[in-house]
Design a protein around this ligand. Structure first.
Ligand code: AMP
Length: 213
């Protein structure tokens, strides 16, 4: 199964990708997580990406395309994968198409802007493994500590209200056109975000025609 998760920042792509990759036993490729790890490790890619991310802007397409191609060539991607946060521009989608990859579906998680702002102020991520939480909707078992690895939960620097507003603007101009791009290719599965993460997972599985038994 080769899946793309589309949706505005804060729509819950990361959370759903984590759940789905366990259920479907395929890896998640999150360009946001890869870039944050590169920044933490001080790699050349990380150094290049940092100023864009901190400003709420998109990292240049050629950087992203390089990262994704390298990651998809790894062994664990043989039986499929979930793309979380990529593609984010038409140029990235076209670059993926050029490689000949046939996606099974593109799930677009739909959510109101008001809800996005509410969710992003409560979002926390694990500084060690990148897992995402929300103090209100998806709390960890122990406050401030990652359920998966015991790492410390932090607020992302690009989750401040001004940067969130910029990221939403960028989403509307650069990423939203992908909805039509994939609709035209017959791949789009729109899914309404539910009040709980479990509800949204059920809606995604139903849209994919996966019977959970
Ligand atoms: P995310 O964790 O997916 O919200 O990504 C955080 C930030 O990383 C974004 O606001 C961008 O600055 C950058 N980023 C992640 N994925 C991409 C992408 N596919 N194209 C361009 N920039 C990206």
């Amino acid at each position: 199964m080769k899946l793309i998760l589309l949706g505005a920042p804060g729509a819950g792509k990361g959370t759903q990708a984590e759940i789905l990759c366990k259920k479907l036993a395929i890896p998640t490729i999150s360009t946001g997580n890869i870039l944050r790890a590169a920044i933490k490790d001080g790699t050349p890619t990380g150094l290049k990406a940092k100023s864009y991310i901190d400003a709420g802007a998109l990292v240049p397409d050629e950087v992203i395309i390089g990262i994704v191609n390298e990651r998809l060539a790894q062994d664990d991607c043989k039986n499929g994968y979930i793309l979380d946060g990529v593609p984010r521009t038409i140029a990235q989608a076209e670059a993926l198409e050029k490689t000949g990859i046939q996606f099974d579906a593109v799930v677009s998680i739909e959510i109101s802007e008001e809800e996005i702002l509410r969710r992003m102020s409560g979002r926390r991520v694990c500084a060690a493994c990148g897992s995402s939480y929300n103090v209100e909707f998806v709390p960890p078992r122990r406050e401030g500590i990652c359920d998966n690895c015991g790492g410390k939960l932090i607020q992302r620097k690009d989750d401040t209200p001004e940067t969130v507003r910029e990221r939403l603007k960028v989403y509307h101009t650069e990423t939203e056109p992908l909805v039509d791009f994939y609709r035209q290719r017959g791949l789009l599965r729109p899914v309404q975000s539910a009040p709980t993460k479990e509800g949204t997972t059920q809606a995604i599985l139903a849209a994919l025609g996966i019977d959970e038994k």
